[in-house]
Design a protein around this ligand. Structure first.
Ligand SMILES: [Zn+2]
Length: 192
């Protein structure tokens, strides 16, 4: 798939929004990524997870693992395409852990996935758990890499779409200067 085709899916699925957004950091941006929207439409999630799985075709993978919530559906879809099992980790009293009887077999080659990587914090915690279980982290994969390749997990890391989202200081925003109303993503409220 070309970068254009991938961007088209991200737009059609509602993942990539273009406009004038207020980010949680307080900064403004012309783009916002809502990765959960990808998994709303199986045809889109299947296509992009296939694109990711293809990038690991030469890597031996026994198991796919990822952090809840973002990684759950993605783990399933990537594992389905690779024909392997999948498990997810979740927080219990703030600590990332495998619950529900999920077991990481010793020596297994694990692909760690998350829908969007920004700083890589949750993925890093899952990597640690897998190593503590005596398994091998073969690689990391995500649909979107918002760090534009800056995050280093110490293992191969591949993303379907890699881009750093530009943001502006609220007091020095070219979109504000154009008089465009700023929108807080996830809400219908429009701030002036
Ligand atoms: Zn602005």
């Amino acid at each position: 798939m070309t970068r254009e085709q991938i961007e088209q899916i991200l737009k059609d699925s509602g993942v990539m929004l273009e406009g004038h957004f207020l980010l949680t950091s307080g900064r403004h941006s012309n783009r916002y990524m809502q990765c959960a929207r990808l998994f709303e439409s199986p045809k889109y999630s299947e296509a992009l997870c296939a694109e990711l799985a293809r990038q690991f075709s030469d890597v031996k993978i026994d198991l796919v693992a990822g952090p809840a919530l973002g990684g759950i559906i993605m783990c399933y879809e990537v594992a389905r395409q690779l024909g392997v099992r999948n498990v997810f980790a979740e927080r219990e009293n703030g600590v990332m852990t495998f619950r529900r009887g999920f077991v990481i077999p010793e020596g297994a080659n694990v692909l760690v996935v998350e829908d969007v990587v920004t700083t890589g914090g949750s993925v890093g915690e899952v990597i640690k758990l897998i190593r503590e279980a005596g398994a091998n982290v073969a690689a990391v994969g995500s649909v979107v890499d918002r760090s534009a390749g800056k995050v280093d997990f110490g293992v191969p890391f591949k993303a379907v779409y890699s881009a750093e989202i530009l943001s502006y200081d609220a007091d020095d925003c070219p979109l504000c200067r154009q008089g465009l109303p700023v929108v807080k993503p996830g809400s219908r409220q429009i701030k002036k």
